[in-house]
Design a protein around this ligand. Structure first.
Ligand code: 48F
Length: 258
């Protein structure tokens, strides 16, 4: 026989034991990043690369958010300078379409970014949806409430499944246009959002990066969630601001951790 003799129970136990070890350890993290899109993965790469205990929570089975496909189902992703510097960092190839505008293949760039975050040491909890936040004194965000993603797709009458919660010193909302973590504060009257504005590429990318940062004690916002919070214009399938916003969110988290 070519392969080692291993029985089904051993395979099952290997999966359970690996998952439980990670889950138990990351029930308390330094930073929880909600959303594994381009901003989330960039922030994860930056933070984990500095030895910070970082957990990315993603509701889908796959990671990468809008970074796989770019615009209009055409698998090409554009990046305006200086966003290509991040593509250089992760080793994703790209071409210059015109001065300052670069084009890369979504699947290739996205795979490189996922690998960079994982290689740096970030842990991924996918198929897990963040439903709410944990609050402490002065309404400081101190963690998130999570449940398996399939629970939210099941009929209400058979889904009396209580969620669980995990803790962190800092939470980062990278859930894209929906700004889902922020929304849980809005529901409680603790924050207000303006909703993202109409598309204006020239204005939007700078504005998103500039506004990335702490929006509520213990909570940082990045990526398109920033547009939703501040009413900034959207940008469509150009991703430089998502990458730089992820970097800026990581450095804001490091400041808080200090
Ligand atoms: O939407 P997404 O790619 O967010 P981003 O990092 O980048 C935005 C761009 O893709 C694009 C754009 C600018 O270039 O306009 O839209 O800001 O990724 C967000 C991720 O968060 C996950 C979602 O599945 C996606 O992978 N997500 C959203 N809500 C939740 C969540 C939730 N409640 N719990 C866990 N994950």
């Amino acid at each position: 026989m070519l392969f080692e003799k291993i029985e089904e129970r051993d395979v099952t136990r290997a999966i359970i034991s690996g998952f439980m070890t990670d889950f138990s350890e990351y029930a308390e993290s330094d930073v929880i990043i909600v959303g594994g899109g381009p901003s989330g993965l960039t922030a994860a790469k930056e933070l984990a690369g500095k030895g910070i205990k970082t957990l990315v929570i993603e509701r889908n089975n796959y990671l990468g958010g809008g970074f796989w496909i770019g615009g209009y189902l055409m698998n090409k992703v554009t990046v305006r300078a200086p966003g290509q510097e991040l593509l250089d960092e992760i080793g994703a190839p790209y071409e210059e379409y015109m001065k300052g505008l670069y084009v890369t293949d979504g699947p290739h760039a996205c795979s490189k970014l996922i690998a960079a975050a994982c290689d740096a040491g970030a842990k991924i909890l996918n198929m897990t949806k963040v439903d709410d936040v944990v609050l402490r004194e002065n309404n400081r965000v101190a963690g998130v409430v999570i449940n398996w993603t399939p629970i939210s797709a099941m009929p209400r009458e058979i889904t009396c499944v209580d969620p669980v919660a995990i803790q962190a010193k800092v939470v980062i909302d990278g859930t894209g246009h929906d700004a889902e973590v922020v929304s849980s504060l809005v529901r409680r009257g603790l924050m207000k959002t303006r909703g993202f504005g109409a598309m204006w590429v020239e204005k939007s990318e700078d504005a998103v990066v500039e506004h990335t940062g702490e929006v509520h004690p213990g909570l940082i916002v990045m990526g398109m969630a920033v547009s939703t919070v501040y009413g900034l214009p959207r940008m469509g399938p150009t991703f430089g601001a998502m990458l730089l916003s992820g970097k800026r969110a990581a450095s804001a988290a490091i400041d808080i951790l200090k």
